[in-house]
Design a binder for this molecule. Sequence first.
Ligand code: CDP
Length: 220
Amino acid sequence: MIIAIDGPAGAGKSTISKLVAKELQFQYVDTGAMYRAITLHFLDQGISPEDAAGQAANLRASIEMNGHQIVFNGRDVSREIRSLEVNQAVSAYAAIPAIRVFLVSLQRQIGKDQDIVVDGRDIGTYVFPEAEVKIFLTASVEVRAKRRFDEMRAKGEDVEWADIVENIRERDRIDSEREMAPLKKADDAVEVDTSDLTIQEVVDCILDLIQSKKRAEVQS
Ligand code: CDP
């Protein structure tokens, strides 16, 4: 079974997806972490998105994910991919079609023969349009920025409120406007606005949706 959880930056996708996966004993797949790891790889080499577009067709990279850890070409990048620098660059690299083709094929491979909860931007629309359950998580820009601000401050990063708001808005814009597989609610996704809900309320709401989906399948 595939549970697709899409939505804009800071809507709570990863926190919620991890908890839902744990509850169901499904594998959690963080596709944003994959785009972040590729971004870090190009940033480290000083390759701009424009130049990366030319090189990405020959991209050979090994990406291993288990739990909280992401290992890119043998290197644990779990922490580095959450930096403000990566936050600011990731949407530009994620708009490059060859990078998306590479990662989408990896994501489909992972989902081929196991139950997964997978979060991203294009999961319900493009990566797994056949997913049994599709959720689109949203929240106001202020709430999303506050969550990201608190998260980064708690990690000891010296971030400014204005920069976080700007980053969230800019990523939403680039992610929604890109040509290939933009951020968009799938027609058959259930939209959940998390602005005024606790984490547990959102998790419970999703688990309820999954249960009713399962019941409907048994009856049909
Ligand atoms: O956690 P947050 O919502 O801030 O972002 P993320 O899920 O880690 O994704 C980081 C970036 O990767 C997004 O802003 C998108 O540009 C890109 N992304 C994408 O294009 N498609 C996906 N399926 C997942 C992420």
